[in-house]
Design a protein around this ligand. Structure first.
Ligand code: SAM
Length: 285
């Protein structure tokens, strides 16, 4: 049974890093007129209250989005993302946090389509409700699939226009997720070779987490980019998240330069001790 609920973690350093990169990938697709799909295999609930009990339990957002909220000058990669979070809040106070489906729908056009998968029944209901209620007039088509995102991904690929972004963002609560991510990426790229695929993974003290980026690099002959943001030294007891990474297949050529500017800045703003650091590697023809 799944027990992970993203509301406890919404807006933390890992969400911030992932969502800023996700927004940059969507922006790149929006540069062309031709329609595209965004497929989010692990969508979550789409919106989270930061004033509710769950978010306040560990107040993880305070060492994430809160640190950027009042900043007037930010590197472009972060400014774009923070503006979207601000637009979602409508108020000067930070009260709500948009998940990946909400960020996507704020950017996508009527001709585009958002395919969302969520396995947890309560999160799936919240996701469905979130999109049922909002204004649908000029919005991208949204389809919510309550089920497994790994197999679901393969069933919807490739998008009809052969343009699109796939976000694979599991909770890794099920330790098989590390293997399933690698399989989904390998099979996904076979079906949609020109697509952009983004995998998020946690920096935790587990061998399969540490090995995931190398596994993904060795799967593909295509272009890739790998970036990590570490915010603190790993905990002595081995528990907890000390950072996170994103691995991207077919990244836009503009992304390395944007990250080179934003990552040192993120280390400075989100770093919690002297071990805070970033890495950025890529192979782009
Ligand atoms: N992508 C969301 C965002 O950035 O706002 C956060 C997603 S959260 C890290 C992971 C979600 O995946 C959880 O809501 C969990 O219930 C869901 N989940 C776990 N296993 C799944 C599976 N096999 N297929 C689809 N969803 C799954």
């Amino acid at each position: 049974m799944l027990s992970y609920r993203h509301a406890f973690h919404a807006g933390n350093h890992a969400d911030l890093f992932k969502h800023a990169v996700f927004v940059a990938l969507l922006r790149h697709l929006l540069k062309k007129d031709k329609a595209f799909w965004c497929i989010d295999t692990h969508a979550g609930a789409a919106q989270y209250s930061l004033v509710g009990d769950w978010a306040l339990k560990n107040a993880e957002f305070e060492s994430g989005i809160s640190r950027l909220w009042g900043m007037k000058v930010l590197p472009p990669l972060l400014a774009d993302y923070v503006d979207l979070v601000r637009a979602f809040n409508h108020t000067p106070e930070l009260r709500y946090y948009p998940g990946s489906p909400q960020l996507a729908v704020q950017l996508m056009r009527r001709k585009d389509a958002l395919q969302l998968f969520e396995l947890h029944s309560t999160e799936g209901d919240l996701l469905e409700k979130h999109f049922r209620g909002s204004d649908v007039k000029n919005r991208a088509r949204v389809e919510v699939h309550k089920g497994d995102g790994f197999s679901g991904l393969l069933s919807v690929l490739p998008p009809p226009s052969r343009r699109g972004l796939v976000l694979i963002d599991p909770s890794y609560e099920d330790k098989q997720d590390y293997k399933r991510v690698a399989t989904a990426l390998r099979e996904g790229v076979k079906r949609f070779a020109t697509g952009t695929f983004m995998v998020w993974y946690p920096q935790v003290q587990r061998r399969d987490a540490a090995m995931l980026p190398d596994t993904l690099m060795n799967l593909q002959r295509t272009d890739w980019l790998h970036a990590t943001l570490t915010v603190k030294e790993p905990a002595a007891g081995g528990l907890g998240l000390h950072g996170s990474g994103v691995f991207i297949i077919n990244p836009p050529w503009t992304l390395p330069a944007m990250l080179k500017e934003a990552m040192p800045w993120l280390v400075k703003m989100l770093g919690q001790d002297g071990e805070a650091a970033f890495s950025l590697d890529y192979r782009m023809a």
